[in-house]
Every structure is written in C-alpha cells, then in structure tokens.
Design a binder for this molecule. Sequence first.
Ligand code: PRP
Length: 197
Amino acid sequence: MQAYLSVLRDRNTGVAEFRRNSDQLARRLAAETLVKLPTVRRESETPPGDAAVPAPPGDVMVVVILRAALALLGSFMEAIPGLPVGFIGIERDELTARPHSYYQKFPRVLPGRAILLDPMLATGGSAGLAVATLRQLGYAPESIYFTGVIAAQEGFRALSQLIPPSHITAAAIDPALDHQKCIVPGLGDYGDRYFGT
Ligand code: PRP
C-alpha cells in the first residue's frame, strides 16, 4: 500500500498513473476493511467431507461520499458482487472548509452495517456529516465503518469520537493541515487528480 501511496503523493504523477495506483491501493483497502466485519460461514462440501467456510460478508452497504470516493467504489463492488451502494453528496466550502450536503440516495432496504468511503479525511467535517446522516437513518456507531486513503490526525481524532477507532481504515495518517485545511503532506485534491479535473 505504501508503494502505491508514494506514487499518488508525487505531484508529477499524471492521471493514468494516478488511477492505476489508486485502483491497486483501493483493492487492498477493501480487503483490510472487509476483514473487520463479523465473519459469516456457509456449509461447503470438500472432497473428503463437509466444512463451514467463510462466506463474503453480507448485510452491509458501502456509502460513497461524492465525489472523490467514486475512486474507491469499484474495488468494493469487485470484492462483493451485488453489494448495495448508497450515496451522499458532500462538498467543502472552499473558503471556510465547512461541509454541506447536496444529495442523498440509499437502498430501499437498509443493510445492518454501513461502510463510508472517502479517500481524504482532513478536518473530519465531511465524514462527521455523513455519520450524522447514517445515525438519522438508524445506524448505531458500532455499525458504521470508514475507509479512506489518507487521514489527517485531526480528522482521525474527530471521527474517533463518533465511531469506534478500530472501524477506521486508512493507508496513512498524516500529521498536519495547512491554512486551507488541506492535508500535509497529503497528495492534493484526490477527486481532481483521479478524475483529471
Ligand atoms: C474533499 C475530500 C473529502 C473532504 C475532506 O472533498 O474528498 O470529502 O474534502 O475534508 P474534511 O475532512 O475537512 O471534511 P471535496 O469537498 O473537495 O469534494 P470532492 O469530493 O467533490 O472533490
């Protein structure tokens, strides 16, 4: 994961290389996240006998925090075909860095657990707003997970007040935010770099 992340951090990495390394990293993040879910077993027949083998996690959805988290979605759908997906549109104000929500869409039948996706956890404001939305839908903190690429210490601390810290998965924790509340050293704007904006 650190090798992929190093390429993502490099300011000279272009869109194609950024996407390729992001997609590889996202596969590993999906695996690291899904092992944290309670294990489900199903009966299976092996040549000499029966066995209870681990089944793909069920009763879970991922929730994409638009827009940058679209970059992580494919790896989760690849890991769990048929995975329900919810969407929350949240954007930070460029001057105040405060998040506002502009769109929501969730599966009609809500699964028992929700994994929030957002590659960047800076102040934690966007993730906090997304957690509040899930709480309104009836999710307890213990049913909520968060997966990202880089978390700033500030954002990690803030989100840890809202959901169990062990439910937070990230490839790196960076030390600081700059005066514009961007992660330092970070990698810039994930959405802009992944989508070539
Ligand atoms: C970025 C990022 C997170 C948020 C993190 O999104 O993808 O959603 O900022 O910052 P926070 O922890 O301080 O809230 P942005 O608002 O740039 O929207 P985008 O996904 O459309 O690029």
